[in-house]
Design a protein around this ligand. Structure first.
Ligand code: FMN
Length: 184
């Protein structure tokens, strides 16, 4: 199972990128998580879609197309997802009504330094997924609260409870993807 991961932070020492590294270490057998770069995508502009998507967008959409499922790792910025991730989702949503991302299973995780652990951002992300046609796991959630206490200096997630939740979420994503894709 190929899982394309999108990280909503461009920060070098990002907790959310640390969360991705943890997910890659804990991925269940049969799952392969790979990161899709979103930092080289131009700001979405309909003019750029004609005569065809720019090369960076074509490469991005190709990486999404080969995925069986998606994994979002998002910080919370101003009670929502960062603009860089929204920009990627806007590109993914095109062409309207016919995006290749439609029907793709997904899982959401997030880490933040505060007590909400990206809860509000993830709710917004779920709302955006409805429009794009992405199908997040209904009841698995990973909110890493007070991230400053749960990652070590190397950016590794050391909190065992959070690691268990990451593993559970990935197993649920595997099950959800099998179900939605009719693989069983
Ligand atoms: C512009 C900006 C807005 C933020 N807004 C929120 C917020 O609304 N809620 C929250 O819990 N943390 C907020 N934070 C703090 C982030 O949780 C914190 O910077 C976190 O480490 C970002 O994730 P990263 O480590 O993956 O970059 C904000 C940070 C920035 C830079």
């Amino acid at each position: 199972m190929e899982v394309a991961a999108l990280v909503g932070s461009l920060r070098r020492q990002s907790y959310n990128r640390g969360l991705l590294r943890t997910a890659m270490l804990l991925q269940p057998e049969g799952m392969h998580i790979y990161e899709v770069q979103i930092d080289d995508l131009p700001f979405f502009n309909e003019d750029l879609e004609r005569p065809s998507d720019p090369p960076a967008v074509r490469a991005f959409k190709g990486e999404i197309d080969r995925a069986d499922a998606l994994l979002f790792l998002t910080p919370e910025y101003s009670y929502s997802i960062p603009g860089v991730l929204k920009n990627a989702l806007d590109w993914m949503s095109r062409p309207p009504g016919h995006s290749n991302a439609r029907g793709t299973p997904a899982a959401l995780m997030g880490a933040a330094i505060g007590r909400s652990g990206t809860m509000r951002a993830q709710l917004h992300l779920r709302q955006i997924c409805v429009q794009v046609g992405i199908a997040p796991t209904p009841d698995s959630e990973v909110f890493v609260t007070f991230a400053g206490d749960k990652f070590n200096a190397l950016g590794e997630l050391t909190d065992q409870t959070s690691r268990d939740l990451v593993r559970d979420l990935l197993e649920d994503l595997m099950d959800w993807t099998h179900r939605l894709r009719g693989w069983r």
